[in-house]
Design a binder for this molecule. Structure first.
Ligand code: NAG
Ligand code: NAG
Ligand code: NAG
Ligand code: NAG
Ligand code: NAG
Ligand code: NAG
Length: 282
């Protein structure tokens, strides 16, 4: 099934359930699938406040929509290290009470390749049908990046006129540093300035921190600063520190223990007959 041809059956129109209704949740999914894809994600990112969410709308809008619109909105140039979401196909859909779990095969455009990706997102809704929390997983991300990055590195070498004897990592890090430092120069000015000059920025990103693997996109790496470069044009005051030497409250080395703690106010639990974990002794 393709999302573009997916319509909520009219039969559901009069269907009543405990809030949120099935119709509200499916309506959210239908709109979300349009909004996450190019080119709708460019405008949604600029809106900053996505109307489908209750809490932390600004950061959530920037993360879900802005990060993946980077090359399309001019935040990064050349071959992107983060692809642009295109069309998707629904693989799994589970809805129980106020929880929806959706798995999607979605093509991403890395300019040098169109690669399929698999995402699973869990959404929790409130009684008004708005999302109060969500969690997304990119399946097989290491294998995805192992497939894509050699092609991106090769393109970066040509784009940036890099010598043929450098490593793939240095090529990718030069691509990242070039875009981070251009973004800094364009948007992180005045009180938001993080580096004394573009040359200082290039030196820091190339030499003081590692490039980082995909799992390190929130660590003290060039990859993390590249990801946040897609957002500096949206709200420079919030995002410029993330691409600076300190990494702000985003690009620093989180411990493994902190990464495996649930950040969610509520567990994603939805059992038949309104059973709770306590009812089951779990
Ligand atoms: C987003 O919405 C909140 C709450 O309505 C508001 O305070 C904030 O200024 C909005 N942010 C932007 C960037 O429009
Ligand atoms: C996206 O659309 C193209 C062209 O219609 C199609 O070939 C491809 O299978 C679609 N990809 C996904 C993941 O649905
Ligand atoms: C992928 O991105 C490139 C560069 O932005 C663009 O020229 C191409 O048309 C895009 N392909 C698809 C299928 O969107
Ligand atoms: C690459 O080649 C250049 C000039 O040919 C040389 O100066 C440089 O040290 C080489 N770099 C590496 C990493 O081998
Ligand atoms: C900028 O220059 C000042 C004065 O030389 C120095 O103290 C500071 O550490 C520099 N900042 C960065 C981020 O390099
Ligand atoms: C579950 O709880 C909701 C809200 O309290 C209620 O409307 C609904 O009837 C309950 N469902 C069942 C199967 O008990």
């Amino acid at each position: 099934m393709r999302f573009s041809s997916y319509a909520i059956p009219l039969a559901l129109a009069g269907f009543t359930l405990a809030d949120p209704t099935l119709q509200q949740m499916l309506g959210f999914l239908q709109q979300f699938n349009i909004d996450i894809s190019y080119p709708a994600n460019i405008q949604v990112a600029k809106s900053i406040n996505y109307t489908g969410f209750t809490e932390g709308q600004e950061l959530n809008t920037e993360y879900l929509f802005g990060v993946f619109a980077g090359i399309a909105n001019g935040a990064v140039a050349g071959t992107p290290l983060i692809g642009i979401p295109l069309n998707g196909t629904l693989l799994d859909l589970v809805i129980e009470n106020n929880i929806m779990i959706v798995t999607t095969l979605r093509d991403f455009n890395w300019t040098v390749a169109i690669d399929p990706t698999i995402w699973q997102i869990k959404f929790m809704f409130n009684d008004d049908g708005l999302v109060t929390q969500y969690d997304g997983i990119l399946y097989r991300s290491s294998a995805l990046y192992a497939d894509v990055l050699p092609k991106v590195a090769q393109a970066a070498m040509a784009e940036l006129n890099l010598p043929a004897n450098i490593s793939q990592t240095v090529a990718l890090q030069t691509r990242a540093a070039t875009d981070i430092c251009a973004g800094h120069e364009a948007f992180c000015t005045g009180a938001n300035q993080q580096y004394n000059s573009t040359a200082d920025c290039m030196d820091f990103v190339m030499n003081a921190i590692p490039m980082g693997d995909v799992w390190q996109s929130g660590q003290n790496t060039a990859f993390c600063r590249y990801l946040h470069t897609t957002m500096v044009q949206l709200r420079p005051t919030v995002h410029c520190p993330h691409i600076g030497p300190s990494g702000g409250d985003m690009c620093f080395d989180h411990t493994y223990e902190s990464m495996v703690q649930s950040p969610f106010p509520q567990p994603f639990v939805a059992l038949p007959d309104n059973l709770t974990l306590a009812n089951l002794g779990l």
